[in-house]
Design a protein around this ligand. Structure first.
Ligand SMILES: [Zn+2]
Ligand SMILES: [Zn+2]
Length: 475
């Protein structure tokens, strides 16, 4: 054995030694003339001197991006002056690569806003390392289920995962009659979740169940839905077969984001989205016949659905050309090779400026006053949740006392049938079981007494926010 090792070592030394001796040195030449260097290295490429392609001035990656090609969740903090927009759900037809519509807007001041919360989208928030207890404001464009299907999960599990100190607020339109308004939908959802809510009341809840509804009059075009910390959100009516559908515009830090939601192209969109930096609308390509063959939707049904509810691709380009955003994006569209080229051609009929798809899921937009860049986010298939995020400004973690106990919501019989843990844990091993909530009142933990790993993980977003606010104040 020893002999073989020695032999191998000798061979290795021999091989590497020889190759080192034989390696050619890196050559050193005489520098070329500056004129030659310039003509070769910037010949035929703009080198920042003129506009290139369709990505006009101001459309390029920021120096602080870890990779100009892709966004990896958890690797880039939102910058103090940045508005970041992530497409968390991008299609009306749910399928593994495309959840139902949801757009996440993060601001450099630490605020975040969710626009629509379609079925399945919550999985992409988890993959993007957003803790569910960080989401406090959801704006619904309308009450089609592909725009709010994830709400029950967000509410219940967002509360479980630390949503204890600030209730979830749902902003949404009134209906033609009160039964069709956002408030009634949320009341109905609460009723549907009755069992779940009561069952989860053995956990800390705090303000988690006090869901708030900010229902605005859908006819009040241009009305303010939200205004706080320099953020303003307004709404206007969309023609989407039934009264109540609305579009939103968010303004902050001299930047503007519009999400129209679903609807037919309208003069109101031109009025309220005019000049917005990032204009996002929905889109349906003009391919009813082929679409039916591929997607199985009968052509007459597709035609009728689009002509009564949606924005054709040609119309989206027409609107963009009037609105003239710094970046135009479309979402709520199937992302398929047979559709994509056609979609671009139809949009380009009218709009020649910067354009990207807000699809498939995970597309990220970084925007500052000067620059905008769009990348594919790399969302893992099997992500784990980020720790709940808490605001430690008060120097404490407060864990509210659970509103109920198992004894109050479960008859004793079924608990008595539980197998004695001593029978299944291995001999000599018996964990300290938490079969009852261990304290009698709210648990108040001074920040300094928190274990280091919890300070680190649960305070990360709070620390980042403090840093950003300091930088924003200094400027
Ligand atoms: Zn929809
Ligand atoms: Zn809709």
């Amino acid at each position: 054995m020893k002999k073989i090792t020695l032999l191998a070592t000798a061979l290795l030394i021999g091989l590497y030694g020889t190759s080192n001796l034989l390696a050619a040195p890196i050559p050193i030449g005489t520098p070329s003339s500056e004129a030659d260097i310039t003509s070769a290295l910037t010949g035929g490429v703009p080198g920042g001197r003129w506009k290139e392609g369709l990505l006009f001035e101001g459309v390029r990656p920021m120096p602080w991006l870890k990779s100009a090609a892709n966004w990896f969740p958890g690797t880039e903090e939102v910058q103090p002056h940045e508005m970041r927009v992530t497409f968390m759900g991008t299609a009306p037809n749910i399928r593994p690569g495309q959840m139902n519509t949801s757009i996440y807007v993060e601001l450099g001041n630490g605020d975040n806003f969710v626009f629509d919360m379609g079925e399945g989208a919550v999985a992409n928030y988890v993959a993007a390392r957003v803790s569910l207890n960080q989401i406090k404001h959801v704006f619904l464009t309308h009450l089609h289920v592909d725009h709010f299907g994830s709400l029950p999960y967000l509410w219940m599990f967002g509360t479980w995962a630390g949503g204890w100190h600030e209730p979830l607020t749902i902003h949404g339109p009134s209906g033609r009659t009160s039964e069709y308004g956002t408030k009634t939908m949320v009341e109905g959802m609460a009723m549907m979740l009755g069992w779940h809510k009561d069952a989860f009341s053995v956990f800390p809840v705090g303000k988690g169940w006090d869901i708030q509804v900010n229902e605005f009059d859908f006819r009040d075009n241009g009305g303010v839905v939200y205004e706080k910390n320099g953020v303003k959100v307004i709404h206007w009516q969309r023609s989407h077969a039934k009264d109540g559908a609305s579009g939103y515009r968010l303004d902050w830090n001299d930047m503007c984001f519009v999400w129209t939601g679903d609807g037919r192209p309208s003069k109101l969109d031109l009025k309220y989205a005019k000049g917005c930096d990032l204009y996002v609308t929905e889109l349906q390509p003009e391919l009813m016949e082929i679409n039916s063959g591929v997607q199985g939707v009968p052509p007459f049904l597709a035609r009728y659905t689009v002509d009564t509810h949606h924005t054709p691709a040609y119309a989206s380009g027409y609107l963009a050309n009037q609105i003239k955003p710094r970046m135009f994006m479309t979402t709520h569209m199937n992302f398929d090779p047979f559709l994509n080229e056609e979609t671009v051609a139809e949009v380009r009929e009218h709009w020649k400026g910067p354009y990207h798809f807000g699809a498939p899921d995970g597309i990220v937009v970084n925007m500052t006053k000067d620059l905008v860049w769009v990348r594919e986010g790399i969302l893992p298939d099997f992500p784990n949740s980020r720790a709940p995020q808490f605001d430690f400004t008060n120097g404490q973690l407060i864990v509210p006392h659970p509103p109920t106990s198992r004894q109050e919501i479960q008859e004793p019989f079924v608990r008595e049938q539980q197998i004695d843990p001593k029978l299944y844990y291995p001999k000599g091993y018996m964990p300290h079981l938490l079969e009852e909530w261990p304290v009698d009142s709210d648990l108040v933990v001074p920040f300094d007494l928190l274990p280091e790993n919890l300070k680190e993980s649960m305070g990360a977003a709070w620390r980042q926010k403090q840093e950003n606010l300091k930088m924003l104040e200094a400027q």
